[in-house]
Design a binder for this molecule. Structure first.
Ligand code: HDE
Length: 700
């Protein structure tokens, strides 16, 4: 028996009654007999004011919308739990990190940043990764991103940065994209952006799935132990399924084919019981080592390379429950960086300090007043006792006195006092004149963008160059293009030259580069393959009449026990006639799907002399796209005909008569029987590897 989830139990008291438990009612619980026609004076007469039901229904509808978040407007959330692997008492007294296996409920919201609520999921953008831990000591919010660094160093620049990246003010273009003049103008003038920009131009900005994405706290925070001793900490979420991305062409097509791709993926996985899981890791830095680094720990544009300070896994988070109502939960959840619990504290990172002001402030308007912490998704599971009263949407019936000190209420609620377990601010000594000046220790803008670039594999570098060319190619102002190249030249000469060449800007002279040649292998996607499983990977099996049903069955038998999802596709829904005459069930009609919605494609054989799919434009396009996007492409029997049909377009095909051949994620076995064990193994390995970049580029 699983232990009850205290958050779920609390939510139960807020759930609406079962809609089937009685008839339709007004807001006042009066039964309604009829809701299709207004109350009118006669058959064709005017509507009467007396129609309280129509008035209430329409008035409520008129006010259904609230302002969307100024950034991170589009998001998807889920509930779950966190449990530590071990006691973390050595470095923090946070109650939820003391006991191995002790579950704390969580709500997580993933988001894009630039686009509005209705924008597409697979845009090139940072992803938000915000976690609310409902701990016994109150709510702790870790409001992070899927990049470990931010674009600016001081929160006072946030409005400038967001104005620059958001759609341009005159025409509200572009939606969900940073590829426009104002963003790159800002970047070219503000070199502190460059490190985050490198991440933005990398495949990290187009994740395959929220479930396959890292999360980072970004700032250096502080843990505080029971003796009041502080330790600097950086937080990392590492997905069990590994970190996997799309390619840009695929991401763009996906924006049209399924704008809800990431949202649907998260929802479907949780509904299917494939609960996504992340490991929480920490990089711990003793306070004595505050100045032991080449950069300032307070600078949010810097990482601590994992080779320098390893990431220590301290627990795991599992998301196992979808919200029941998007608006009530995912839209109304209110994160706030200043929601912290005893055992965790801030540092003087100037970006974090501004966030601690901004998040509370933004919810006041967005959620309509000061009582948003009473909205069910935001309520702590621990008791709230204070003298905050009244205001819009107050839903608690407070009792007793409402001030402190009081004698009439027995002095309650009274502060816990200095010797208690209550939160006390870390007693950091602060000393200095009031100044408005960036610290000198923040002024190295190029070393870490270079570190990132140097750490990339060849194919990651190629994707980064292509992304810069795409983005800057959309910039209309030549001076902005040129200035950005000048900045890139400080990061890496090769990068700057290759980008310049693609956008018609003169290549910078050799020797401009000032940054270092250091690298951190932990930054490359190549090192982040996760548990190597193929769980939840979607495999397409296109068929036509005459398909070899034994081969289709053998593909299912090989992949489904490993957790992959196999879908049979054909020109129409329903069934196709298989080779043995039996109907073969079709999961989806080819015209309604696309290769970008799958992780791999497997082509079974057919009784026809040549596979009929060789003349099916949807099937050919499907296979061509899968190949171009580096996905595993496999064929059995005369399924190889489809690959052969695409050879003139540069699709590379190796095959031999009597055995399985694997070549850069293209797997063939021309034998007529069911898939061999060798074929099944090769296919699973190719899917687990995600993408295959060593292929010769096709000419299509
Ligand atoms: Fe945010 N950010 N932010 N941010 N942020 C918001 O809060 C802000 C920053 C992040 O799913 C807003 O409730 C300032 C860094 C996430 O609901 C707003 C600064 C990081 C989310 C706000 C930053 C983030 C937000 C908009 C610079 C990664 C979505 C609506 C000082 C560590 C949370 C809202 C959700 C949302 C302000 C910088 C992550 C306006 C002023 C750095 C994941 O308050």
């Amino acid at each position: 028996m699983t232990t009850p989830d205290p958050k779920d139990e609390q939510l139960e008291t807020y759930r609406a009654p079962d809609p089937a438990s009685g008839p339709l009612t007004t807001d006042q619980a009066v039964d309604v007999d009829h809701t299709d026609d207004s109350l009118t004076a006669g058959d064709r007469g005017p509507t009467l004011m007396e129609d309280f039901h129509a008035r209430e229904k329409i008035t409520h509808f008129d006010h259904e919308r609230i302002p969307e978040r100024v950034v991170h407007a589009r998001g998807s959330g889920a509930y779950g739990y966190f449990e530590p692997y071990e006691s973390c008492a050595d470095f923090t007294r946070a109650a939820f990190l003391q006991e191995p296996g002790k579950r704390t409920p969580v709500f997580v919201r993933f988001s894009t940043v630039q686009g509005p609520r209705g924008s597409a999921d697979t845009v090139r953008d940072v992803r938000g990764f915000a976690t609310k831990f409902y701990t016994e000591d109150g709510n702790y919010d870790l409001v992070g991103n899927n990049f470990p660094v931010f674009f600016i160093q001081d929160g006072i620049k946030f409005p400038d940065f967001v104005h620059a990246v958001k759609p341009e003010p005159q025409n509200e273009i572009p939606t969900g994209a940073s590829a426009h003049d104002t963003f790159w103008d800002f970047v070219s003038l503000q070199p502190e952006t460059l490190h985050a920009v490198m991440w933005l131009m990398s495949d990290r900005a187009i994740p395959r799935s929220f479930r396959m994405m890292q999360g980072f706290g970004v700032h250096t925070f502080r843990f505080v132990d029971a003796d009041g001793k502080g330790t600097f900490v950086k937080f990392h979420w590492k997905p069990k399924l590994g970190v996997h991305s799309m390619v840009w062409d695929e991401a763009q097509e996906c924006q049209g084919r399924d704008p809800d791709f990431n949202r649907r993926d998260l929802w479907d996985a949780i509904e299917a019981g494939d609960y996504p899981e992340w490991e929480l890791g920490v990089q711990l830095v003793p306070e004595e080592d505050e100045f032991a680094f080449a950069f300032d720990l307070l600078d949010p544009t810097k990482i601590i390379p994992e080779e320098q300070v390893p990431v220590r896994p301290i627990g795991r988070m599992v998301l196992d429950r979808n919200p029941e109502n998007f608006f009530a939960e995912t839209e109304q959840v209110a994160f706030h960086t200043a929601n912290i619990v005893p055992g965790v504290d801030f540092t003087n990172d100037p970006l974090l300090q501004a966030r601690n002001f901004s998040y509370l402030d933004t919810q006041l308007i967005r959620l309509g007043g000061p009582n948003f912490s009473e909205i069910p998704v935001n309520r702590p599971v621990a008791d709230v006792r204070n003298n905050q009263r009244d205001g819009y949407h107050q839903s608690t019936i407070h009792r007793g006195t409402n001030y402190f000190p009081n004698s009439l209420g027995g002095g309650c609620p009274a502060p816990a006092g200095a010797d208690s377990e209550a939160f006390t601010h870390y007693a950091e000594r602060v000393d200095g004149a009031k100044i408005r000046r960036r610290s000198e220790s923040f002024k190295d803008y190029y070393s870490q963008p270079a570190l990132f670039w140097n750490s990339m594999s060849d194919w990651e570098k190629q994707h980064i160059v292509a992304a810069f060319r795409f983005e800057l190619g959309k910039v209309e102002t030549p001076e902005v293009r040129a200035r950005t190249i000048e900045q890139l030249a400080h990061v890496d000469g090769q990068l700057a030259r290759e980008v310049a060449e693609g956008i018609g800007v003169p290549a910078p002279p050799d020797g401009t580069q000032t940054a270092s040649k250091q690298s951190s292998p932990a930054l490359s996607l190549q090192s982040l393959t996760g548990d190597g499983s193929i769980r939840t990977r979607k495999i397409a099996v296109p068929v036509a009449d005459g398909a070899d049903a034994r081969q289709v069955a053998s593909i299912r038998e090989a992949l489904e026990p490993e957790g992959a999802i196999v879908e049979v596709l054909a020109a129409t829904d329903g069934t196709v006639a298989s080779a043995d005459g039996e109907p073969l069930e079709v999961d989806r009609a080819l015209p309604t799907v696309a290769s970008v919605l799958y992780d791999a494609v497997v082509l079974p054989g057919n009784t026809a002399d040549t596979s009929p799919l060789t003349v099916d434009p949807d099937a050919l396009r499907f296979v061509r796209d899968a190949y171009r996007h580096g996905k595993p492409v496999a064929a059995l029997g005369n399924g190889v005909d489809v690959l052969a049909a695409l050879e003139p377009e540069g699709i590379h095909l190796s095959m031999e008569p009597h055995r399985t051949v694997t070549d850069q994620g293209v797997i063939t076995d021309v034998a007529p029987g069911p898939a061999s064990a060798e074929f099944a193994r090769a296919l699973a390995a190719a899917v687990a590897a995600h993408r295959h970049w060593g292929r010769p580029a096709p000419r299509c």
